[in-house]
Design a protein. Structure first.
Length: 194
């Protein structure tokens, strides 16, 4: 299999996932001001526009396919997510580096964003496996991933050094192609009640 093409955007009722671009900087700066958003991410919260711009430039230069998460009613970016670890030869991808402003927590924005990305991964790319990972200590994220319908696969001990040298044990989850129809139904059901 060849390289997978990035979507132009992924549109739902609550959010639109637009390919990350320098023009999202202002909205992402506003969305990134709550320190709670950065508690479990692998880098410290950007303390200046220059630090956020460096993160943005790194995301754009890397091998991942990053998106700005935009609330449809306001048109404002409220966070970011990306396709990572693209392995077309194995029909496998990771969804990660997800963060949302606190105002978007519990609104269905994350659920819909995951549904849009999973649909693209399974239905367009023909993935066999989609991975999701989080800090093993991040109970909120682990609960959210399990609520998506992902299967917990275990803890990778001392998986990463983050935030300037802290150890991170990583909790791994996956959704397989044969599980996808049930996961899709579950997410659609949840969104109807959001």
């Amino acid at each position: 299999m060849g390289t997978w093409a990035a979507p132009l955007s992924l549109d739902g009722e609550i959010v639109r996932l637009a390919p990350l671009a320098p023009g999202h900087e202002d909205g992402l700066w506003a969305a990134s001001r709550d320190p709670a958003v950065w508690t479990w991410l692998s880098i410290d919260q950007p303390q200046s526009r220059a630090e956020l711009r460096a993160w943005l430039n790194e995301a754009l230069a890397g091998p991942d396919l990053p998106f700005a998460t935009i609330l449809k009613p306001t048109g404002q970016p409220v966070g970011s997510t990306r396709f990572m670890a693209l392995r077309p030869e194995h029909r496998s991808v990771e969804i990660g580096w997800t963060w949302l402003a606190r105002e978007a927590w519990g609104t269905g924005a994350n659920v819909e964003a995951k549904l849009l990305m999973l649909e693209y991964a399974f239905d367009t790319w023909g993935c066999r496996r989609v991975e999701l990972k989080t800090d093993a200590l991040n109970e909120r994220s682990r609960g959210a991933i399990e609520a998506l319908g992902a299967t917990f696969e275990g803890i990778h001990r001392k998986h990463m050094l983050v935030r300037g040298g802290e150890n991170r044990d990583t909790a791994w989850f996956s959704i397989l192609d044969e599980e996808w129809p049930d996961v899709r139904s579950r997410l659609q059901w949840r969104l109807q009640r959001a």
